[in-house]
Design a protein around this ligand. Structure first.
Ligand SMILES: Nc1ncnc2c1ncn2[C@@H]1O[C@H](COP(=O)(O)OP(=O)(O)OP(=O)(O)O)[C@@H](O)[C@H]1O
Length: 384
């Protein structure tokens, strides 16, 4: 199973410019999370901070018990080996063919024989749909293939955490969906924890287990995908629909006078851009047919059902609706008519829904599912 990443109060500035402050979230092990945010909100800086390429000013980023913000260089070096990183352009060496690019980390960081290296490289190329392309140079292949080669290279050291920076950059929507499918398939096969930063709305709506958003130097929210996808926060709604109407402006944010002036313009009939308002929670993409069951999805279901009562009602309903009737029975929840609140069996511990913004309480999201709060009896691994 992939590693859990616990981030607490992380703050990063460059000189006097604060990029983001007090970011607190947990990436649950083996689940796929996406971080959204308008351009320039510091998503790439966030990824670089997670692997210690940039040093945050305050806060913690704890991976397998090591706080990479404060640990020694040696421990940082060791902890970095847990990560596979896919940069925007694949970051391949232009003069090396794909085989040598993918073999590079193995030759640099291990003492494996060339026979063993060959086995691993061919396996990862096969996994990423690049079998037969070993001899190609990066300049001879498409952007999508370069990204897949970058992913193959990120996989060779058996990472527990995979960070992906804007996988859709330079790709058409169809290729973006194919690479999204590949992420889910790889997640299924190796059970690594994924964090993808992007501003691609389709990817955010359909791929992750968890969704977060950075805006105005803060984490607006982070939690199960259903929380953000049903959020009434203006910035979230604006972003998910790609419209001009809302707090995000041409260069990050607008003041209230500008928002009001623009609102009058849109109400007078000026098109705010974007597609028509999309509401609701589209089904999540699934591993390709023939793949094993995605263990992260099974654990996630258990984890989310334990914190269900802490989530906003619309998110609760979306989660309950996504369960099969058998799962609803097992978890003791019932779908509701549109005018009702969701209901639980008496046997399930419930608490009032809080007015939080989707940032889940640390003690709940960070510890689950390992410590297991109060559960209904013997749910087993929790999957269907
Ligand atoms: N090494 C650095 N020194 C100083 N400022 C930096 C450095 N790296 C990034 N920044 C600044 O941090 C801010 C956030 O940049 P970042 O690239 O993380 O944004 P982003 O959300 O990934 O944007 P995009 O979606 O456009 O890629 C920008 O204002 C950028 O200029």
């Amino acid at each position: 199973m992939g590693a859990e990443v616990v981030i607490e109060g992380l703050t990063k500035s460059f000189g006097r410019q604060t990029i983001w402050r007090d970011v607190t979230l947990t990436l649950p092990p083996g689940e796929v999370s996406v971080m959204l945010g308008p351009s320039g909100t510091g998503k790439s800086v966030f990824l670089k901070s997670m692997i210690g390429l940039l040093k945050p000013d305050r806060g913690k980023c704890v991976i397998n018990g090591v706080d990479i913000v404060r640990c020694s260089e040696h421990r940082l070096y060791e902890t970095r080996k847990l990560f596979g990183v896919l940069f925007q352009d694949g970051a391949l060496f232009g003069s090396m063919n794909l085989y040598d690019n993918v073999a590079f980390p193995l030759r640099e960081h291990t003492k494996k024989s060339e026979t063993e290296i060959r086995r691993i490289v061919l396996e990862k190329l096969e996994m990423t749909g690049l079998a037969g392309a070993e001899k190609k140079l990066p300049g001879e292949i498409s952007g999508g293939m370069r990204k897949r080669a970058g992913l193959a290279r990120a996989l060779v050291l058996d990472p527990e955490i995979i960070l992906v920076d804007e996988p859709d950059s330079g790709l058409d929507p169809v290729r973006t969906t194919y690479i999204s499918q590949l992420f889910l398939d790889v997640n299924t096969q190796i059970d690594a924890t994924f964090l993808i930063v992007t501003h691609n709305i389709n990817l955010a709506r359909t791929v992750p287990d968890n969704l977060g958003m950075l805006f105005r130097k803060e984490l607006v929210m982070f939690g199960p995908r259903e929380v953000l996808l049903t959020s009434e926060e203006p910035v979230v709604k604006q972003f998910l629909n790609g419209r001009m109407d809302g707090p995000i402006g041409m260069s990050e944010e607008k003041d209230s006078a500008t928002i009001a002036a623009e609102r009058a313009m849109f109400e007078a009939g000026h098109h705010a851009g974007g597609v028509e308002e999309i509401e609701g929670i589209p089904p999540q993409m699934q591993p390709a047919p023939g793949m094993p069951v995605r263990q992260g999805a099974i654990r996630r279901k258990d984890r989310v059902m334990q914190i269900l009562h802490t989530l906003p009602p619309a998110a609760q309903q979306g989660i309950i609706d996504s369960l099969s009737p058998e799962e609803q029975a097992r978890y003791g929840v019932h779908p509701r008519r549109r005018d009702q609140q969701p209901t639980w069996d008496q046997t399930v511990e419930t608490a009032p829904v809080t007015g939080h913004h989707g940032q889940l309480p640390q003690d709940q999201i960070a510890q689950l599912p390992r410590t297991g709060g109060r559960r209904r009896s013997d749910q087993g691994p929790g999957g269907a």
